[in-house]
Write a protein that binds this ligand. Structure first.
Ligand SMILES: *Cc1c(COP(=O)(O)O)cnc(C)c1O
Length: 422
């Protein structure tokens, strides 16, 4: 039996909320979000220019962006909609990092008009970018690096394997292309430069950022020494993970910050590059644990297996269907009962991968019980879709004072039909 994860809602609280807002819904914990953002900031406070740019795609909801902005975070945008959302939240200028790929001209133009830091994903984008902006480039431009090959941490101190395959990833430039891009950008009048890399996702190892930092710091030093250009920032991007499983320890953000600091002092400071700012673009780490889906058990079915049918479906949370991802489940009010019944917890899509859990041991559950699906605050609502004519749910915020506010209404059938031509 797996150890427990504790929801940030009690059964009574959830029932009270469900009486006002029909299930299923996504709900976020403001206190948890703020406390975590403060921990992250503290872990990198040794770097005066440090900034987290929240990966908007993880949770593109204005109320969330504003809370994070109050905690000092900017927005990492990768599409027109995300740029405009950020702008409408009053988050503009160097508070935006624009990290996209396969980028259309109008997105470059919008990002530049907002004064964002722009991250170029490919060498060919240098000419496109310059042309899209009529030859007037921003003072600072960033390029995305892809070292190719396999990225591996082996087995780290915490026992986590980190293994990813940059050589198969569509992002970033080779080393030679990166140097070439910087030469061309310099000729085009760019004065300050950034380097960005994202090599592995959902890492719980405390070694991921420090290892990536060493790669980026060494590269930045070589770029600076070879081309004589000023590196303004290095962007470690996203990738710090969260323990979806209840027995996984969480990443130790203070140890991670400390590991990056050691690499900085070994590699950058001696090269006279002690003014380089560090940026991160975390999405999952910032939000995943601070979001739940609350859904009600509506059906039970006993055939070759035992099924619990709930009123949420994969349209509300795609990760289990898409990646076979584990999301912990708590049956509210039955936390202390024996977890001795084996269920598949399913939605009602006509699609057999619409299962939040397979062969999960839970307490004996009744129709009408409320269930919390954990760690849905990032890449949860945002990956939602409308298959089978399912409507996106509301998003709610559990505020620090204990009150609950709707921060996005549920879709209606009118929304669904709005784009149809009869
Ligand atoms: C998705 C993404 C992130 C955030 O990734 P997480 O794994 O959620 O931390 C950051 N930067 C870029 C460019 C991304 O595409």
């Amino acid at each position: 039996m797996l150890p427990k994860k504790t929801p940030f809602l009690t059964k009574d609280q959830a029932e009270e909320i469900a009486a006002r807002f029909p299930t299923p819904f996504h709900i976020y914990d403001e206190r948890g979000i703020r406390e975590n953002a403060r921990r992250l900031k503290a872990a990198f406070s040794w770097n005066p220019g440090y900034r987290e740019y929240f990966a908007v795609k993880a949770t593109p909801t204005p109320a969330i962006l504003k809370i994070l902005h109050e905690e000092g975070c900017g927005c990492d945008c990768s599409s027109m909609a995300e740029l405009i959302m950020s702008e409408r939240c009053g988050i503009v200028g160097s508070d935006i990092m624009f990290s996209s790929n396969n980028t259309p001209d109008d997105e470059f133009q919008k990002a530049a008009a907002l004064g964002s830091y722009i991250n170029l994903d490919d060498l060919t984008l240098v000419e496109q970018f310059a042309a899209a902006l009529g030859g007037v480039l921003p003072e600072t431009v960033c390029c995305r690096f892809n070292p190719g090959g396999l990225f591996s941490l082996g087995s780290s101190a915490e026992g986590f394997q980190v293994m990813d395959n940059p050589g198969e990833a569509k992002y970033g430039m080779t080393r030679e292309q990166l140097f070439e891009a910087f030469r061309r950008l310099k000729d085009l009048g760019v004065k300050h430069f950034g380097i960005h890399a994202f090599l592995a996702s959902n890492t719980l190892s405390n070694d991921y950022y420090p290892t990536l930092a060493r790669i980026l710091f060494t590269l930045a030093r070589e770029v600076h020494e070879t081309l004589g250009i000023h590196i303004r920032f290095l962007n470690l991007s996203g990738g710090i993970g969260v323990p979806y499983l209840p027995n996984q320890p969480e990443a130790d953000i203070m140890a991670i910050g400390e590991g990056v600091r050691r690499a900085y002092e070994e590699i950058l400071t001696p090269a006279g590059m002690g003014d380089v700012a560090l940026f991160t673009e975390l999405g999952r780490y910032m939000l995943a644990p601070y979001g739940h889906i609350v859904t009600r058990v509506t059906h039970q079915k006993h055939i070759y297996k035992e099924y619990l049918g709930v009123d949420a479906c994969a349209c509300n949370l795609m990760r289990p269907a898409m990646y076979g991802a584990y999301h912990h489940i708590t049956v509210l009010g039955r936390e202390n009962e024996k977890h001795n019944r084996k269920y598949d917890v399913v939605g009602n899509l006509c699609e057999n991968n619409d299962k939040f859990a397979i062969d999960r041991f839970l307490p004996e559950t009744q129709i009408g019980d409320l269930i919390v699906i954990h760690d849905t605050g990032a890449h949860g609502f945002s990956m939602g879709y409308n298959y089978n004519g399912k409507l996106r749910s509301a998003e709610l915020l559990l505020k620090e004072d204990g009150s609950v506010e709707m921060i996005r209404r549920a879709e209606t059938l009118d929304d669904y039909f709005a784009t149809l031509i009869w």
